[in-house]
Write a protein that binds this ligand. Sequence first.
Ligand code: BJ8
Length: 424
Amino acid sequence: MSDAYREMWRVLGLDLERHDVFLGALPGAFSEVFLLQENRPEGMAYFDNLLGEAHGRRVQEVLEQKKAGRVVAGTFCVFVPEELILAVDGVSVGLCAGTQFTVPAGEQVLPRNLCPLIKSLVGFKLERICPYFQLVDFLIGETTCDGKKKTWEILNDYVPTYVMELPQRKEAADLALWEGEIYRLKEEIENRSGQKISAGKLKVAIKKTNARRAALQRLYQARRADPAPISGKDALLISQLAFFDDPERFTAQVNALCDELEDRIAWGEGVARRRAPRILVAGTPMPLPYWKLHHLVETAGAVIIGEETCTGTRYFAGMVPEDGENLERQVKDLARRLLDINCACFTPNTSRVEDILRLAREGKADGVIYYSLQFCQTYALEARQVEKALRDAGIPVLCLESDFNEKDAAQLQTRIEAFLEMVA
Ligand code: BJ8
């Protein structure tokens, strides 16, 4: 990385030595997981470069936007309505939380028996190795699980942290509460940006996010072909990068990649052999730079054809109507789409089980890997219902629990290989 970036990192207050150690490990891991794949689509070059410049050019770009007066908000959950941030021409950055490297730092202020995602995200701040964490104006948290809910109080000592209260049922009263929360966030964003959110501005923002969802849905559709035209690893990387790239540029690049993938499908060209075992992954999100499960599954000869996760379908499912005639209607539409997301924090949550069954059937999955991060109670508890529904439907399922450590890789590999032998 150039000296200009070093100076930028210094000004942002990064711990340069720790940051060097962190960045130093990434190229090796990235090339082992991604670059050694055969016959990758050419369109992946943009995303490889985006990742390579995640701490460089993209930070520079966001910093320039911030200097030009645009508000920058950090988020950690798909329930945060990004449309409101975009409606004031703000920048939304989904912050990283997927590495063991930052977990020990997180454990200095958090209990050890807490979800690694939360420990990792806090560790990024405490270690001062995330440029985005250093430059955001504020964070937008949500009350999706107890771990996150209490962590926002701790993080607020380091970065102003605003919290949305997410209801945990989906009745009319919950929808009304959630609409109120969207209005409350709208006010917060207006105050921070000094701009009013009009129906016209919100409509433009809704169109941008819908276009990104449509592109990701198109990618998801292409992945279902046999042979798969793109690996699950590459598709996961794209989803992870969606959270912090410029939305319009990102959408254009995903669509360009989909053009290539659709050509591949027409020619019968793929990255895995025809009739390779097809696996759907369901469970907790996989934030950057976490690729362990996908790497193990695909190295064992299977192909991941979709993720029912927040770095998968929960991020891009559903559209917000673009013809909302006024702000009131638009807020209702935003609230509705969000409350239709099937996170395990809801009760009852039968629609999530139905979603997984539907995704497995539509994708002609040979099996489902249900994956929970260690200490994530809601997803671990819901595994039982999902497992039963899948078994009743005759779809093989493997439940795994892990964290961001590589220590259990061999053990996971053995279980995954046995599962794949069974479904093949
Ligand atoms: S909508 S999955 S992004 S909450 S894995 S921190 S739930 S203990 S990340 Fe999530 Fe929003 Fe739901 Fe998606 Fe807590 Fe579980 Fe950790 Fe989680």
